[in-house]
Design a binder for this molecule. Sequence first.
Ligand code: SAH
Length: 375
Amino acid sequence: MQAILKKLTAGEGTSPAEWQALLECSQPAERQALYKAAYAVKLQTVGPTVYFRGIVELSNICSKDCYYCGIRRSNANVERYQMGEDEIVRDALWAHEHRYGSIVLQAGERQDAAFVDQIERILKRIKAESDGELGITLSLGEQSAEVYRAWFEAGAHRYLLRVETTNPDLYRQLHPATHDFDTRVACLDTLRDVGYQVGTGVMIGLPNQTTADLAQDIRFFRDHDIDMIGMGPYVLHSETPLAQRVDAINPVTQLELGLKMIAVTRLVLRDVNIAATTALQALHPTGREMGLQAGANIIMPNLTDTPYRKDYQLYEGKPCIDEDSTMCRGCLQKRVAGIGETIGLGQWGDSPHYLRRAGGRSLVEGTGADTGTGV
Ligand code: SAH
């Protein structure tokens, strides 16, 4: 294991089989060595600054029926909501006022014109009302190239679309036949062509998923030149078909696997942005801090208005659903300070990988946004 870590730390070539060996390490001392090496590479490549992406979960209406997700279309127990435009813009401007730098707009998946147009209007308003300063990431599922382009032109510049797993057989076990793996992958290529910084990710610790699968996921991220990674442990939701198929999941080993995956991804991909996702905290009260210490550099504080939060439970045990944005902000600031890192307030915190890929080209001409100094 030491030999593999040494090669990765030096930026030398390694194989998926070697990454798999790291993902399988089980002794506490080995895990600590892995996290330490990943943290060192994080300091070298992206630094000790955590960037906030305030997330607005603007609707739980979803046309998809993913077997693992609590807000899948067939779950009749969920009270469906769609936030109003004014509410969404107000939440975004709250983030701007508190110098978050960037937000994420996430929702269940809809492709109808009313939804597409509403998002476009919201993007334009947020851009105008924040003087172009607030960076916007979208996480709104599979869309056509035209829609991705319209949203990009309206002001979004990053897009997160998790591929969920890169093993097509496993993908089929997790989704109805109408959900197509190749279509999802093609969306990533389209997003890249349109000009977005492209994010993807997987769920970690799924039933029937092996460590070889996870190593192949990392290889996919590398081969697709992905800029940002949002991935987290699979967590049960009892009102889903997948939960009926599996026995209880051990939260300790599930969290460990999530952290090891972050660490190995950091070691292999080096200069990408990696989120310490909320699912880590569903498994352990300080799961997100552990994620930062294993190599992640992004946190997504929840901005969703409190009354809606209970209805956006993709999995059980989601933290912070009784809290509001101010509480989430204070809590996360303490958490970040607690591990000796600082928050990159007022900066977009774009992925250095993207900036290199784009040859240092400024995303928004003249703002200096991509230098991390201006906005
Ligand atoms: N509609 C958007 C956003 C999906 S929700 C889209 O299709 O991209 C964001 C992510 O939550 C999903 O991509 C999935 O990876 C994750 N998720 C859903 N159910 C989960 C569960 N039970 N455990 C952990 N993560 C889950």
